[in-house]
Design a protein around this ligand. Structure first.
Ligand code: SAH
Ligand code: SF4
Length: 430
C-alpha cells in the first residue's frame, strides 16, 4: 500500500513542479514513506535522515518530510527529536502534502498533519489522474481496520475501515488499463471487508473484469472471517481472478488465535480452504505467521508447524512477534528471544522445503506468464505466472504486456526459467 501511496504522493508533488530524481544528492525534497508494522521502522527513519544529513553537509538543506504510519504513530516525537525533519504527514492526510511543501518553502513553522481525513484524501487523489500504469499495478480500494488484533498497529495508524466507491475505482482501473496495465492488484488492509453501499469485493471484481484489456485481477490482504461465499464463488465464475490467495493465519493454535483476537478457529480456517479448493482445485495459498506471540508454548508452535505442512503454503511470511507501542499485546510477557529465534528458524526451514518441493513440481509443466519487463542487457523477459511465481524466458520478440504459454524447464527457489510453448496470447476476452 505504501508503494501505491508513494506513486500518488508523487502525482501530487508534480502539480507544484517537483520531479522525481534518481540522484539523491541533488534532491530538494525528501519524502520518507514509512511502515510501522514491526519494530526498527522508527530507527530506520533516523538512520535515513542521518544519511541525508551527511550528503548535504556542505550544501543547502533539503526539505525533509516523514510520511506513512511512523509519522502517524510517532509524529511529534520525531519532530522533537530530529530537528532536520520539516514535517510529518500521516497516511490519511496526504491531501495536505503540497500545502505543506509550499509552507516549508515559505519558511513557516514545522507541520504535523496526522488527522484521519480519508474521504478528503481520496477526493484529492481522484482529482489527479493515476498515470502510474505498470503492466502490473496496485490499486488501493479499502483502508484502515476495525478488527483490533491485539498485536497490530494498523487500526491506530491507518484509522477505521473505509471503502472507496465502486465508480471511482472502476474509473481509476480504466485509466490504468488504458495506459498499459494488464494486471491489477486490489489493495486493502482488510481487502475482503470492502463494502461500499452494500457492494462487496466480489461485486467490484466482477465490474472491473469487464474491462477487456485487463487480463488479471488479484487482491490482498484478506482476513479469513470476511471471506464470504460470494467471494468464493467469484473464484469459480471470474477467469481473470488469479488462483493464489493470500490468507494470513498468524498461528496454528486456537488458544493463540483467541489471545490475538483473530475471531476464528483453525477448524473454520481449514474449512474455508477446503471450500475454495473444491470450487477451484488449482487454488494455492500463501500466509503470514507470527512466531513467539506472548503465551506461545512448544505445543502451540507445533500446531503452527502442523498447519504449515497441511496447507502446503507456496509462500509463507514469518516474523517474530514485535511488541508495538499502544497495542494490548505489548503489555504481555514476551516469549524469550532465544526460544522465538529457534522456532522461527525451524519454521522457515520447513516453509522453504515446502516451497522447494512446489517449485520442483512445476518443472516440465506449462504455465501462463504475463511479462512485465525486459531483463537489462539480455534478450530475456521477466514475468509472473498465475501464482505470482517469477519466470524468465529468452525471446528476441518483445513480450512485455503479453500473456504467453510457457514450458518451465528449470528453476530455483526464487526464479523459474522457461521457453515459449506456443506463440498464441491466451485470450481472456470477457
Ligand atoms: N490485515 C492483515 C495483515 C496486515 S499486517 C491480516 O489481518 O491478516 C501484515 C502482517 O504483519 C500480519 O499478517 C502479521 O503477520 C504481521 N504483523 C503485524 N503486526 C505484527 C507484530 N506486532 N509483530 C510481528 N508481526 C506482525
Ligand atoms: Fe491488523 Fe489485519 Fe488484525 Fe486489522 S485484521 S488489526 S490489519 S492484523
Amino acid at each position: 500500500m505504501n508503494e501505491y501511496d508513494s506513486e500518488r504522493i508523487y502525482d501530487m508533488a508534480k502539480k507544484i513542479n517537483y520531479k522525481r530524481t534518481e540522484n539523491l544528492s541533488e534532491a530538494d525534497c525528501y519524502i520518507l514513506n514509512t511502515c510501522h508494522i514491526r519494530e526498527k521502522a522508527t530507527e530506520k527513519v533516523y538512520h535515513d535522515i542521518g544519511r541525508i544529513k551527511k550528503k548535504f553537509r556542505n550544501k543547502k538543506k533539503p526539505i525533509v518530510i516523514v510520511a506513512g504510519c511512523v509519522a502517524q504513530a510517532e509524529g511529534e516525537i520525531l519532530l522533537n527529536r530530529e530537528k532536520y525533519i520539516n514535517a510529518v504527514i500521516g497516511p490519511q492526510s496526504y491531501q495536505k502534502l503540497n500545502e505543506t511543501i509550499i509552507n516549508i518553502e515559505k519558511k513557516y513553522k514545522k507541520v504535523s498533519s496526522t488527522n484521519f481525513d480519508v474521504i478528503d484524501k481520496f477526493d484529492t487523489f481522484n482529482s489527479i489522474k493515476n498515470l502510474n500504469s505498470k503492466i502490473s499495478s496496485y490499486l488501493t480500494i479499502q483502508e484502515g481496520c476495525d478488527k483490533f488484533c491485539k498485536f497490530c498497529v494498523v487500526p491506530y495508524t491507518r484509522g477505521p475501515e473505509f471503502s472507496r466507491s465502486i465508480n471511482e475505482l472502476v474509473d481509476e482501473c480504466k485509466v490504468l488499463v488504458n495506459n498499459g496495465s494488464r494486471e491489477i492488484t486490489l489493495l486493502g488492509q482488510n481487502v475482503n471487508a470492502y463494502n461500499f453501499d452494500g457492494k462487496r469485493l466480489s461485486d467490484l471484481i466482477y465490474e472491473i473484469s469487464k474491462i477487456k484489456e485487463l487480463k488479471r485481477i488479484r487482491y490482498t490482504t484478506s482476513h479469513p472471517i470476511d471471506f464470504t461465499s460470494d467471494l468464493i464463488d467469484a473464484h469459480k465464475s471470474i477467469d481473470k481472478l488469479m488462483p493464489l490467495i493470500h490468507l494470513p493465519v498468524q498461528s496454528g493454535s486456537n488458544k493463540i488465535l483467541k489471545n490475538m483476537n483473530r475471531k476464528h478457529k483453525i477448524e473454520e480456517y481449514l474449512q474455508l480452504i477446503k471450500k475454495l479448493k473444491k470450487i477451484k482445485p488449482a487454488i494455492r495459498f500463501s500466509s503470514d505467521f507470527i512466531i513467539g506471540y506472548p503465551g506461545e508454548t512448544e505445543s502451540d508452535f507445533d500446531q503452527t508447524i502442523k498447519l504449515l505442512k497441511e496447507v502446503e503454503y507456496i509462500n509463507s511470511y514469518s516474523f517474530i512477534y514485535s511488541p508495538r507501542p499502544g497495542t494490548p499485546a505489548a503489555k504481555k510477557d514476551i516469549v524469550q528471544e532465544s526460544i522465538s529465534k529457534r522456532r522461527l528458524v525451524k519454521f522457515q526451514k520447513i516453509a522453504e522445503e515446502i516451497k522447494k518441493k512446489y517449485k520442483k513440481s512445476l518443472i516440465n509443466k506449462k504455465s501462463f506468464v504475463l511479462f512485465e519487463n525486459k531483463v537489462r542487457g539480455e534478450e530475456e523477459f521477466f514475468g509472473r505466472d498465475e501464482f505470482s511465481n517469477s519466470v524468465i524466458v529468452k525471446s528476441n520478440k518483445n513480450l512485455i504486456g503479453k500473456i504467453e504459454s510457457v514450458k518451465i524447464i528449470d528453476g530455483n527457489q526464487k526464479t523459474l526459467f522457461g521457453i515459449i510453448d506456443n506463440k498464441l496470447e491466451k485470450d481472456f476476452a470477457a
